[in-house]
Design a protein around this ligand. Structure first.
Ligand SMILES: O=C(O)c1cc(=O)[nH]c(=O)n1[C@@H]1O[C@H](COP(=O)(O)O)[C@@H](O)[C@H]1O
Length: 224
């Protein structure tokens, strides 16, 4: 089984991002590049990171009208990312058009409810019901739109997996038992997420901000 860990490289400096990826590449299965990196370095940065030789998850969390999101997907087509994210709350037509515009080898995955939110936060943005209900509802919508899978927390992945058997499930908000959660609210351990059906485990600060990122990546690998 290949390593399901994608290390989140959330940093604005290209040299630091490359150094981190080179350091941990033997103990992770892929690299996740998000807004912080992409807004600073764009296509050039992604191409530079591709030299590391690992699959690239381009976490752009696209959320706009269908025409604009489809255009954005076409603009990144040439980079051939393994995975791209859109927000499920952009709606079915947006997700359908995103998938239609994506490259054949790119998985398009919908972010359901951010792992930094809990039930109280949902209420404050006017959504009734629990995080669990919201994730299940958006997972159904993403499935109906023809996406490859969703991003959710480890609290929901078991239930989603049960309902969407061949889906591709990305779980961030992962911490070892002694790790600080920081801004994350729906948190589980990497092992728990894996056991509950996660296809990809996204791990950022527990590796990137560790005193010894290589040792941290190895320690996480040993638990899964
Ligand atoms: O789409 C994501 O990757 C994502 C979705 C989500 O609900 N929560 C979440 O934390 N993420 C990303 O996962 C990574 C988590 O980072 P750490 O909390 O440092 O491990 C960050 O790059 C986030 O942007």
């Amino acid at each position: 089984m290949s390593n399901p860990v994608f290390v989140a490289i959330d940093m604005p400096r290209l040299d630091a991002a490359k150094a981190l990826a080179e350091k941990v590449k033997g103990h992770v299965g892929g690299i996740k590049l998000g807004m912080e990196f992409f807004y600073a370095h764009g296509h050039h940065g992604v191409m530079e990171m591709a030299h590391v030789g690992l699959p690239i998850f381009l976490d752009l969390k696209l959320h706009d009208i269908p025409n604009t999101v489809a255009g954005a997907m076409q603009s990144i087509h040439v980079l051939e990312p393994a995975i791209v994210t859109v927000h499920a709350s952009g709606g079915r037509a947006m997700m359908e058009d995103a998938k239609a515009a994506a490259g054949e080898n790119t998985k398009v995955v919908a972010v359901t409810m951010l792992t930094s939110l809990d039930d109280n936060d949902l209420g404050r943005i006017g959504v009734a019901g629990s995080a669990h209900d919201q994730v299940m509802r958006l997972a159904d919508l993403a499935h109906a739109a023809g996406l490859d899978g969703i991003v959710c927390s480890g609290h929901e992945v078991r239930a989603v997996h049960k309902q969407w058997k061949n889906g591709f499930f990305i779980v961030p908000g992962l911490r070892l038992a002694d790790g600080s959660a920081g801004d994350q609210k729906r948190v589980v351990t990497p092992r728990q997420a894996r056991d509950d059906g996660a296809s990809v485990l996204v791990i950022g600060r527990p590796i990137a901000r560790a005193d010894d990122p290589l040792a941290a990546a190895r320690a996480i690998e040993a638990t899964i």
